[in-house]
Design a protein. Sequence first.
Length: 115
Amino acid sequence: QVRLVESGGGLVQAGGSLRLSCAASGTIFSINTMGWYRQAPGKQRELVAAITSGGSTNYADSVKGRFTISRGNAKNTVYLQMNSLKTEDTAVYYCKASTGGPQAWGQGTQVTVSS
């Protein structure tokens, strides 16, 4: 079983930056893809960015050029560097790990961007 803990959320002004971290523990050898999702009030959860064990990445169109996903050297940590933040980026951000079995989700971290 994989367990995920996110950190790094907070309140920032529009145009600012934040860096989210997600640390995985447990059966981390089973993880192939890790990603960040977000859910704003009244909206569905959506993919923000994902990275495979091989380092391939994909991003939502709304964050391309502003957000960067990366994995730590130990491969059990994933980061989301968020630059040029906009008010519409306000949401709860969740980390997800995909394995050959059940997916694992973190508890979420709030990101609030003020105008």
